[in-house]
Design a protein around this ligand. Structure first.
Ligand SMILES: NC(=O)c1ccc[n+]([C@@H]2O[C@H](COP(=O)([O-])OP(=O)(O)OC[C@H]3O[C@@H](n4cnc5c(N)ncnc54)[C@H](OP(=O)(O)O)[C@@H]3O)[C@@H](O)[C@H]2O)c1
Length: 192
């Protein structure tokens, strides 16, 4: 889910709701369903180009999230996302509907973009699951569908929803070893 730019909901609330739905919601569903996957199964996360690592302002945070390929764990990722929300809440008056320049979350290296942050965390989660599920022969990857004309984008994207669904559907049929732990756009691996 994503709030419209014009939405007057307080930014603290937008941040908590966006992170709760997009990150914690995804995590809860994955944790519930992963035990049911059979060897050779694939988990494809529909993330977004707005979840690029470069949206993090601090080198330390970039390094920690990039650790999704090697050492980051789901409990630590969850802790980081709770910290993002509490830093936004501690530095933003409850009546303000947009991030304030120079506020606490910004000084701590977080972006002023809750949707992008939630998508970045989804990509990290997909990479962690790739490591955790590899012993069972299960793949986990993430993709960016590109800007699509859907309700979420107020029908402003350059692609149809079917075009956006092409890469996620294609990924679901690729050999697990060729997709796991990777991020894709238009059927090709891209950098994070
Ligand atoms: N559209 C784009 O340009 C674009 C670009 C990059 C990534 N994406 C990603 O692509 C995926 C699909 O998005 P879309 O463009 O197809 O958007 P969409 O047509 O607006 O669909 C969003 C879906 O999320 C559900 N949803 C919305 N709020 C929710 C909530 N609070 N709790 C649970 N479910 C909720 C909606 O359920 P209802 O139908 O019941 O409302 C709907 O099924 C998303 O992960 C989005 O981040 C989209």
């Amino acid at each position: 889910m994503a709030y419209k730019h014009s939405d007057a909901t307080p930014w603290t609330q937008k941040t908590r709701n966006t992170v709760s739905t997009n990150f914690f919601g995804t995590m809860i569903v994955c944790e519930a369903l992963a035990p049911l996957l059979k060897t050779g199964g694939r988990m494809v996360t529909v993330a977004s180009g707005s979840g690029h690592l470069r949206i993090l302002r601090s080198e330390d945070l970039r390094r920690e999230f990039a650790g999704a390929d090697s050492a980051l764990t789901v409990p630590r990722l969850s802790e980081l996302m709770r910290q993002f929300v509490t830093d936004v809440e501690a530095g933003t008056p409850p009546t303000v509907s947009a991030p304030l320049p120079g506020a606490l979350h910004e000084r701590r290296g977080w972006p002023g973009h809750a949707y992008g942050m939630s998508k970045l965390a989804q990509i990290a989660l997909a990479k962690i699951y790739a490591r955790e599920l590899s012993a069972r022969g299960i793949a986990s990857c993430a993709c960016d569908p590109g800007g699509c004309r859907t309700d979420m984008s107020s029908h402003s994207g350059s692609r149809t929803a079917a075009q956006g669904a092409d890469t996620p559907a294609w990924l679901a049929f690729q050999p697990p070893s060729e997709i796991t732990g990777r991020l894709f756009f238009d059927r090709a691996e891209v950098g994070w």
